[in-house]
Design a protein around this ligand. Structure first.
Ligand code: SIN
Length: 187
């Protein structure tokens, strides 16, 4: 391991195989909701069960630096929880771009997406689990807001990630108390 420079690209290419198949669903719950920088065939609001969105992942490469990491969202396992996001139907060629984009600690997982018409399908989701080197874990919403308000990295201000995520959630009528409280306290 080479400190925060370590990334998940190699590990992801050996994980759940999505490569040899037709189009499938990608579930986005963070920046993938408001910044879809890849082609997709279709997009639909969806939710997954058993996971909660939390600003618990450090960002050393996008919204912070090695010395002063920002905070971005990951998912944490919570029984009965529901996490809403955006599902994109993509072809396997997009995986290389996604693995690169999510390389700071996010691993590919398979999950079940539920759509508003109650239909379900399997899909791919990127989750940064507590054992990754960039994981920061829980903090109060006030502490998280303070950290976000002073962080910035190559992808821009950490604050803009928060504000854009909150706006995107509102635009699909998702109420997320954690995200909205941090937004309220971040000035
Ligand atoms: C996601 O959006 O689904 C993953 C986390 C992120 O890139 O912000």
């Amino acid at each position: 391991m080479t400190g925060m420079g370590a990334n998940t690209i190699t590990e992801n290419s050996n994980r759940v195989q999505w490569d040899n198949q037709g189009p499938f669903w990608l579930f986005g719950y963070g920046s993938l909701i408001f910044k879809a920088d890849f082609p997709y065939l279709e997009k639909r609001v969806a939710y997954i069960q058993g996971w909660e969105r939390r600003f618990w992942q450090g960002s050393h490469d996008h919204r912070g630096t090695e010395e002063a990491p920002g905070r971005v969202v990951t998912l944490t396992e919570v029984d009965q929880a529901v996490c809403y996001g955006m599902a994109y139907r993509i072809v396997p060629d997009i995986l290389e771009h996604l693995d690169y984009r999510e390389k700071n600690g996010y691993l590919r997982f398979e999950t079940t997406l539920v759509f508003s018409d109650h239909t379900r399908d399997r899909g791919l989701v990127y989750i940064a689990t507590p054992d990754n080197q960039a994981f920061l874990g829980p903090a109060t919403e006030a502490e998280i807001a303070r950290q976000i308000s002073r962080s910035a990295g190559p992808s821009g201000r950490n604050r803009d990630y928060l504000i854009e995520l909150a706006a995107a959630l509102r635009s699909i009528s998702v109420d997320d108390a954690h995200v909205f409280e941090i937004e309220r306290q971040c000035n």
